[in-house]
Ligand binder design. Structure first.
Ligand code: ZN
Length: 162
């Protein structure tokens, strides 16, 4: 498996884990502050604050469940629809050449937040494994995060204007 070198993630790995579920609190909080890109009936899209690449979003059900096995058909359909819409929005705003879309179930499989299911949508560009560390200066990342948030949010809005 190809791995993306994302050295800035060490801040996340070493940070103490918050007690409250970040997805549940993000859902209740201010959308812009929480970097929530889009909310649907049963699920929502949020930026990953410790991204593997710019534009890395996560699609989560609103219910705090650990696995797709616990979703009903309506929730599964909406979750996957939001994965597709996220890719469309990222294509419109950031022009990636590919995506990694995936779910880690359980800590042993790499899930950072075990209790609340989330689907990673990571845009990929040719050569991103080598240029990302250069862009990954700790000072730059928060700004890049806000910029990606605005771009993707606008793209989401434009998808619904059509
Ligand atoms: Zn939760």
């Amino acid at each position: 498996m190809e791995r993306i070198f994302a050295p800035w993630r060490i801040r996340y790995v070493l940070a103490p884990k918050p007690k409250d579920c970040i997805f549940c609190s993000a859902m209740k909080g201010n959308e812009k502050e929480m970097l929530v890109v889009y909310k649907a009936k049963n699920s929502f899209v949020i930026m990953n604050k410790n991204p593997y690449n710019p534009g890395h979003v996560m699609v989560c059900p609103k219910r705090h469940v650990p696995s797709t096995e616990e979703l009903n058909d309506e929730e599964i359909l909406e979750l996957m629809t939001l994965v597709n819409l996220s890719m469309k929005a990222i294509r419109l705003s950031m022009n990636p050449e590919g995506f990694n879309v995936g779910i880690n179930l359980g800590a042993v499989a790499g899930a950072g937040i075990e209790g609340h299911l989330h689907v990673h949508v990571v845009p990929r560009w040719k050569g991103d494994t080598s240029f990302m560390p250069v862009l990954a200066d700790v000072q730059i990342v928060p700004q890049a995060l806000e910029e990606s948030y605005e771009k993707i949010r606008e793209a989401f809005e434009s998808l619904f204007r059509k």
